[in-house]
Ligand binder design. Structure first.
Ligand SMILES: [Zn+2]
Length: 120
C-alpha cells in the first residue's frame, strides 16, 4: 500500500474523528444533565402523559444515536491505530489486502470484499 494513499486515509480518519467528537460532546452533555427530567411541564402543551411518553422515546432515540456514533468513533480510532502499527489495509479476517475502493468508501473498513460478503 502506497504511503501517499495511507496518508490520505489518515487525514480522512482524523477529520472524521474530529467531526464525531464535535457532535458527540454536546449530545453526551445533554444526556448527562438529563434535560428531559429537569424541564418543568409546560401548560397547555397537550396531554402530559402523552408528552412524557414521546420524550422518553426521543431520549431513547438519542441514546441509540450516541451509541452508533461511539461505535463509529471506536472504528475510526482502531483504523488510526492500524496505521500507526503499519497494519493498515489488512483484512482482519483473512489478512489479505483490502481493496482500494473499499477503503475509499470507508477508510475504517476492517474486511476485504470477500470477507465482507461472507459476513452479510
Ligand atoms: Zn478478507
Amino acid at each position: 500500500m502506497k504511503k501517499k494513499f495511507i496518508d490520505l486515509m489518515k487525514k480522512e480518519l482524523q477529520e472524521e474523528k474530529r467531526f464525531l467528537k464535535e457532535i458527540l460532546a454536546p449530545l453526551a452533555r445533554e444526556i448527562k444533565n438529563n434535560v428531559y427530567e429537569i424541564r418543568p411541564p409546560l401548560m397547555g402543551e397537550g396531554d402530559f402523559e402523552e408528552r412524557e411518553a414521546k420524550e422518553d422515546e426521543e431520549f431513547g432515540n438519542r441514546l441509540a444515536v450516541i451509541e452508533k456514533l461511539k461505535e463509529r468513533l471506536d472504528e475510526v480510532n482502531e483504523a488510526l491505530k492500524r496505521i500507526e502499527k503499519g497494519d493498515f489495509g489488512k483484512c482482519q479476517s483473512c489478512s489479505k489486502k483490502i481493496e482500494v475502493e473499499v477503503l475509499l468508501a470507508n477508510p475504517a473498513a476492517k474486511f476485504c470484499k470477500k470477507c465482507l460478503k461472507k459476513k452479510l
